[in-house]
Design a protein around this ligand. Structure first.
Ligand code: SF4
Length: 188
């Protein structure tokens, strides 16, 4: 049933439009905005392989990043990471990438920033409660995860986002962490 429309008092500024068509997002984004991110989910398995290979390649250059200094390569790497992942995943540069656990669907595109599954408001058509034109990132995450080798990764419980890492390179962080992790083994 349509909501009753209250007439604004003469001279008063209306706080919301007098008529809001049902199911239309007031902050509507272009449908094309989602097409690449949906492509990434459809190709999650290929991207998983690309990511794993790329991650190994970055690790093989750990000596170089160390030589130059991680803090010096951070800026150019962030530039590349932001643009590549921005294009493919609508990445928000949270700095703690979980794409490999979320079917290549970035959870930071969830308007509620949920990192551990969908809220209870997913629409019957699989779209978001807050942005009705947008496919729910967690429905997409589940679809993408089913296509990946590491499909059970989606069951991983993600920790809270460390806001101090926002805007930093997840690629470099993972590389440094992997290099650190293999250091004790090398000393055995
Ligand atoms: S999880 Fe974070 S780093 Fe990864 S794509 Fe999403 S915003 Fe970017």
């Amino acid at each position: 049933m349509a909501e009753p429309v209250t007439e604004p008092m003469s001279g008063a500024i209306p706080t919301r439009p007098a008529y809001q068509p049902a199911g239309v997002n007031p902050v509507r984004r272009l449908g094309s905005k989602y097409s690449l991110r949906l492509w990434s989910v459809r190709n999650a398995r290929t991207l998983e392989w690309v990511y794993t290979t790329f991650s190994d390649m970055l690790l093989s250059f750990h000596w170089l990043w160390n030589l130059i200094g991680y803090h010096r390569v951070e800026r150019p790497i962030v530039f590349i990471e932001k643009n590549v992942k921005g294009l493919l995943f609508d990445c928000r540069m949270c700095g703690q990438c979980v794409l490999s656990d979320t079917g290549m669907s970035c959870p930071m595109n969830c308007p509620k920033s949920l990192r551990n599954g969908p809220c209870g408001g997913v629409r019957a058509n699989g779209n978001c409660e807050v942005e009705p034109d947008m496919p729910c990132v967690w429905v997409q995450a589940w679809n993408g995860a089913q296509r990946m080798r590491s499909k059970s990764n989606i069951e991983t419980v993600q920790g809270p986002v460390d806001q101090s890492l926002r805007g930093t390179s997840a690629w470099l962080r993972v590389t440094a962490e992997r290099a650190n992790a293999r250091r004790p083994a090398a000393n055995d």
